[in-house]
Design a protein around this ligand. Structure first.
Ligand SMILES: Nc1ncnc2c1ncn2[C@@H]1O[C@H](COP(=O)(O)OP(=O)(O)OP(=O)(O)O)[C@@H](O)[C@H]1O
Length: 645
């Protein structure tokens, strides 16, 4: 089988193998820049075939891995549960390895631990080519492909790939070469036909292949895939596993979790690692599982899929003693007796290095911060231009709500008999800006969050640059929405025809929008959609109470005074009221047939207890809110990224 991949291989920031031809499945690369890769002439095994290559292959060995999950939170008592129990194993290079087991056996957990995705609660040692895994180095040569396809739905296959190439390949690689690499990967993964299709329009199998293609751009030597076949029909499963098998021909170590493969799919794997209840039941060659079962005294019945049978054994369907006996026979993963060629496994003299637990992004990312920002901004603006909710619906809502409020409060701004109505309108405007912006962010950010977790772990960019791009991309659309709304409402309701007042009004609304977005980002980053949609509006009520609308600030009980200082709506209200009724505004015209209680702005301001001379302070307060909330949202994001691991 001939595997064709990009001819130039870029690892980390260096081009390590120029003009390579993958023929017969082998690449020949110069020693790589990685510390943890084996640049010696090595032998590795693919199936039963002994291969020889100069190769930066990665051999993974793990010893006594334990994972303890902590359950509960600050409100409930914390409890601990051991999920993996001192499992040991070995995943040689150039092999397609399946981690199998019943549901809840700990497959995904083991994959998370080995990839370095999960760090908290993990004990035991992972060796990479005989040396303790240095996480920072290991992440440079590996990638993790999640079970759910976390793709940018609004970008086409090609656009998704080019973004990956721009972020994962050094900036020194010319665009023409990046295009070539992308094209070659798409051909290999049979995606060239769908190049111009948006990711949202792909089938399940195509999405899975695109997820793999995105990570292949940096040519990782180790690939971790969580259930790559879940949700695919049998033909797509076969295509997907065939492609992975093809990739192992280049010496890559490919480790997948898989539920219950069909017999034909099962035989495509070189090696299998069976887990049950966090213990290892079997590890070794796929073809040697049947002899193993015979040796332990549970022969696989004729015409029975061995993969099904071993899962049935693992589930205890044939008795609880069976899994225990198998764990004993494999020594919980220590035995390599059933490997395809145990005598020829590379013998590393193991030694322990300093393992970097949580590594900083610096030096880990293939491109500069500036390049990351540039690419992320480009992607962000492209998404914005195509996003029906975030852009078009948002613009539309602002226009429609503006016209609705404008019609209800038609010419109320310059009518002495409608001053109180106009005051209500000003508050309604702030509520609109706050709720629309905050809820939109709360609803849309969790989806971005899952993509961020994947891309950040796979070293596409730093959190700082991601956050900066999210903030910058939203500014133009926020300005457009707020400006359209302000123009409509300001002129329909006949507010003072004064450019200074208009600018003061617009600036206050704009700042409320940006602050509300900060709140939305914080909530969206921490909570899922369900909890976020509960928390967001719930927090709004005290904000409104302490704004000075409804209950005047002077009427607040002394012990509750602090509330008015933490409500950004208070500063927003003061700002817009000051813009409309402050600056020593003249008496408001009163229609002849109406009674105008509040035609004197000064008296009205005293009545509602809003100070109109505080505009500068209001702006400063809103800027402080903006600054604190944006920093807090970043801290929450950072915490979230660390805590999921
Ligand atoms: N952070 C956690 N907190 C509590 N329990 C956890 C945590 N992570 C995993 N578990 C539990 O550990 C067990 C193994 O989970 P894991 O997702 O690894 O199983 P799996 O074999 O991949 O299952 P499936 O095939 O259904 O995805 C499950 O019972 C799960 O509930």
């Amino acid at each position: 089988m001939e595997a064709v991949l990009h001819e130039s291989t870029y690892v980390g920031n260096s081009k390590v193998g120029e003009n390579l031809k993958y023929s017969g499945g082998f690449e020949s690369v110069r020693p790589s820049v990685h510390a943890n890769v084996n640049s010696e002439k090595v032998h590795f095994y693919n199936g039963n075939k002994k291969m020889e290559s100069f190769q930066n292959t990665v051999d993974i060995e793990f010893e006594n891995i334990t994972f303890t999950a902590t359950q509960g939170n600050i409100l409930s008592k914390k409890s601990q549960k051991e999920i993996l129990h001192r499992v040991t194993g070995r995943f040689p290079p150039g092999q397609l390895i399946a981690i199998m087991g019943p549901s809840g056996a700990g497959k995904s957990t083991l994959l998370d631990v080995l990839s370095g995705y999960r760090l908290q609660g993990v004990n035991g040692t992972v060796y990479v080519n005989g040396r303790t895994r240095n996480l920072k180095q290991f992440r440079k040569s590996s990638c993790y492909i999640t079970q759910d396809d976390r793709l940018q739905p609004l970008l086409t296959v090609e656009e998704n790939m080019l973004v990956a190439a721009d972020l994962k390949l050094p900036s020194t690689v010319p665009s023409s070469e990046k295009n070539k690499i992308v094209d070659e990967i798409l051909v290999t993964l049979k995606l060239s036909e769908t190049k111009r299709v948006r990711a949202a329009g792909l089938s399940g199998g195509q999405k899975k292949r695109l997820s793999i293609a995105l990570e292949l751009v940096s040519n990782p030597m180790v690939m971790f895939l969580d259930e790559p076949t879940t949700g695919l029909d049998s033909s797509s499963c076969t295509t997907c596993i065939t492609l992975l098998k093809q990739l192992t021909q280049q010496g890559k170590t490919i480790i997948c979790t898989i539920h219950q493969p069909s017999a034909s799919l099962f035989t495509m794997f070189d090696q299998v690692y069976v887990l049950a209840d966090g213990y290892c039941l079997y590890q070794g060659g796929t073809s040697r599982m049947v002899p193993f079962l015979e040796d332990v005294g549970f022969p696989c019945p004729k015409y029975h899929n061995p993969a099904d049978y071993v899962i049935e054994l693992a589930c205890g369907e044939y008795g609880q003693d069976k899994p225990e006996k198998m764990i004993g026979a494999t020594k919980n993963g220590r035995s390599i007796q059933y490997f395809n060629d145990p005598d020829n496994l590379l013998n590393y003299s193991k030694y322990k290095d300093n393992e970097n637990k949580i590594s900083k992004d610096d030096g880990l990312l293939p491109t500069s911060q500036l390049n990351q920002l540039k690419v992320l901004l480009r992607r962000g603006f492209l998404k914005s231009a195509r996003d029906e909710t975030l852009t078009y619906l948002r613009v539309g809502t602002n226009i429609v709500v503006g016209i609705m409020l404008g019609s209800i409060y038609w010419k109320a701004g310059n009518d002495g008999s409608k001053v109180l109505d106009n005051y209500n309108l000003l508050f309604a405007i702030l509520m609109h800006h706050m709720m629309a912006t905050m809820m939109l962010t709360i609803l849309t950010f969790p989806q971005e969050m899952s993509i961020l977790i994947k891309e950040h772990f796979n070293r596409w960019y730093s959190l700082k640059m991601y956050y900066t791009s999210v903030t910058l991309v939203d500014i133009p659309i926020s300005i457009v929405c707020c400006f359209l709304f302000t123009i409509i409402i300001y002129f329909m309701t006949d507010q003072p025809n004064d450019s200074v007042r208009f600018l003061m009004f617009f600036a206050t609304c704009m700042l409320v929008v940006l602050v509300a977005q900060g709140v939305g980002l914080m909530i969206g980053a921490y909570f899922d959609v369900v909890n976020g949609t509960f928390i967001g509006p719930t927090l709004t009520v005290p904000m409104m109470m302490f704004s000075g609308f409804g209950v005047r600030l002077c009427d607040l009980p002394t012990v509750m005074n602090w509330g008015s200082y933490v409500s950004y709506l208070r500063y927003g209200l003061e700002g817009v009221v000051g813009a409309i009724y402050g600056l020593s505004r003249d008496t408001i015209e009163c229609p002849e047939d109406k009674f105008c209680l509040y035609k004197y702005p000064k008296e009205f301001l005293e009545m509602v207890d809003v100070r109109s001379d505080q505009f500068d302070n209001d702006m400063i307060a809103l800027f402080i809110f903006l600054f604190i909330l944006r920093i807090s949202a970043f801290v929450v994001l950072r915490y979230k990224l660390i805590s999921v691991r």
